[in-house]
Design a protein around this ligand. Structure first.
Ligand code: HEC
Length: 165
């Protein structure tokens, strides 16, 4: 009995912690502008969506949104993500796009993952921990090119119940 109550309490705490973390991160402003997000969306659909899916859910390449992406990138910085993408992507022609295009692409990927655009343009020196600005939710209006990124879809985790997809 006592054990049961403790388990229920622990579960409630966990849920509260998850919800709390999400709300906070979803409101975080990233080091990029809305103009970069819009330009990044166009570039993504041209150069990246063939392998990563136009909703960033993965295809021959891995998902670039939600828990799958955060497992790899939450602890790393926006600069590392920029460096990785601008050196290795698109996989069939690595490093061939202009630097400006890579900067826009990272802004777009961060916005799809829940970071909000602000006043500071993303630059090659922008160095913010990704887990501190993204929510792990998929921001649908950013994907669909709508101006106000509000609607979100929670994505399944790799390890949680119903995950493993
Ligand atoms: C020809 C297919 C292909 C294209 C086009 C492509 N990618 Fe990828 N991408 C991959 C594959 C496969 C991987 C996984 C291998 C790796 O990490 O090196 C990957 C990995 C990544 C990762 C790291 C994902 C992770 O969780 O570690 C990022 C970020 C990324 N791609 C961004 C992009 C961007 C931005 C573009 C467009 C400029 C792009 N990719 C175009 C196939 C592709």
């Amino acid at each position: 009995m006592a054990v049961e109550i403790r388990i229920v309490a622990l579960f409630a705490l966990l849920v509260a912690a998850m919800l709390g973390g999400r709300t906070q991160a979803a409101d975080a402003v990233g080091p990029f502008t809305q103009a970069q997000v819009s330009a990044g969306r166009n570039a993504f659909l041209t150069y990246c969506s063939g392998c990563h899916n136009s909703y960033l859910l993965g295809n021959s390449g891995p998902p670039l949104a939600g828990p799958f992406f955060l497992d790899d990138w939450a602890a790393k910085s926006t600069h590392q993500l920029f460096r990785f993408a601008s050196t290795n992507m698109p996989l069939n022609a690595p490093g061939t796009l202009p630097q400006e295009t890579y900067l826009n692409l990272i802004a777009f990927i961060l916005a799809v993952n829940g970071a909000r655009p602000g006043q500071t343009p993303f630059s090659k020196d922008s160095d913010v921990t990704i887990g501190g600005i993204v929510s792990g939710n998929l921001v649908v209006p950013v994907l669909e090119g709508e101006p106000d990124p509000v609607r979100t879809l929670p994505l399944r985790t790799k390890s949680g119940p119903g995950g493993g997809h």
